[in-house]
Design a protein around this ligand. Sequence first.
Ligand code: AP5
Ligand code: MG
Length: 231
Amino acid sequence: MNIILLGPPGAGKGTQAARLVAERGMAQLSTGDMLRAAVKAGTPVGLQAKAVMEAGELVSDAIVSALIGERLDKADTAEGVIFDGYPRTAAQADALDLLLLERGRALDWVIELEVDEAALIERVVGRYTCANCGAGYHDRFKSPVVVGTCDACGAHAFKRRPDDNAETVGTRMAEYRAKTAPILPIYEARGLVRRVDGMADMEMVGSAIGAILAERTDRARPGSVSVPARG
Ligand code: AP5
Ligand code: MG
């Protein structure tokens, strides 16, 4: 099962990808996470990406597609992958087709998280993570059970992304509208797009995605009598 989670900044791509990793053993391929790791490590890619990301603009297609290609060759992708934040341009969508073809893999679904952009600003600006294990929290929607202590690992230090401020989020949204939303028709023409209400609570979004994935599994199972139409 190989799926793309598509949606603007704060739509919940990372949140839902993490659930799928935990529940299904799929691998999360987040170009944002890969680029942030490169920035932190000070690699040549990181040095190129840092200022672009802090401005909320897009890193070059060649860089991110190379990162995805390398990542697809790791053994943990065998149970399927979730593309989180990739592809983001028509050129990246073309590159992904080639990367999958070369590896004998195919896309099962492109799941668009439908959201209200105005509400997303609050989601993104209020977001923070555990500095030790990366568990995600939010000022308003998800505080640790014990204030100041990570639920997952017990650490006491938290951090925020440098691009999670209102001004940069505006640029990130504009980039999404201009360059990423226009790739949806490519996948619609192939009957791969399914839409989920990304404004519902996290559990409901997760259930809706789970139902779409189950539908695909039923289709693939020999002898299955339930063959719902795609789209
Ligand atoms: P990236 O890291 O991909 O960021 P993004 O697309 O802007 O998306 P976010 O990670 O901000 O949001 P998300 O959808 O994952 O939401 P989350 O689950 O965290 O990219 C960052 C930058 O890297 C880009 O700007 C670009 O510069 C560069 N880059 C990355 N990929 C690239 C590419 N392919 N090409 C070129 N450049 C690239 O949720 C947000 C918050 O909301 C959380 O606090 C969460 O707890 C909360 N939340 C989630 N779901 C719900 C819900 N249903 N209800 C209430 N709260 C919710
Ligand atoms: Mg994310």
